[in-house]
Design a protein around this ligand. Structure first.
Ligand SMILES: [Zn+2]
Length: 170
């Protein structure tokens, strides 16, 4: 089987391929939380997310959003002590995560690029999340559920509208 490793016209930043905004917003949150990118051979980069065994649904979610953001690259899982590493290889992961850099994330400046801002709201209470959605509806801001405990505002015009109401978040 030919390994694509994100070659061809795989990259939303380099090639203008449409980016799944909702999957990307979710993946960005996971990367900033428990993910890292390492450089492998031939300018291929490995994106890894570490999903604790206490949250089995998160492993499938992480694999799904990784595949959604970089469909040309296959996603694999590796069991580790207490967690599962979900990973994918591409030459273009750093294009999508300009926060990548040497050293640990907490030792370097982490700022979002202009094209990255999104709003995500997470709450274990379905009632509270529904109220959040109702509030966004009242403002005319487009939103959607990512899963049962998280919603996001990802479309550019929706993010701009919400920025206008609550101010830029960075
Ligand atoms: Zn690229």
């Amino acid at each position: 089987m030919r390994c694509l490793h994100g070659r061809g016209r795989a990259c939303p930043r380099c090639h203008g391929r449409p980016l799944d905004d909702v999957a990307y917003a979710h993946l960005l949150g996971l990367y900033l939380g428990d993910g890292h990118i390492v450089r492998c051979r031939n300018d291929v980069f490995q994106l890894s997310l570490f999903c604790g065994d206490a949250y089995p649904g998160l492993i499938e979610e992480a694999a799904a959003v990784m595949a959604g953001v970089m469909p040309a690259s296959s996603v694999s899982r590796r069991r580790r002590r207490g967690c599962t590493e979900v990973k994918s290889y591409s030459t273009h992961w750093p294009c999508l995560f300009p926060q990548h850099g040497p050293g640990m994330k907490h030792t370097r400046e982490i700022k979002l690029a202009d094209w990255q801002p999104r709003y995500m709201f997470k709450n274990e209470s379905a009632d509270i999340l529904a109220l959040c959605g109702q509030g966004l509806d009242l403002l005319g801001v487009a939103w959607r559920y990512n899963n049962r405990n998280e919603l996001s505002v990802a479309r550019r015009e929706a993010v701009e509208l919400l920025d206008a109401h609550v101010g830029a978040k960075y």
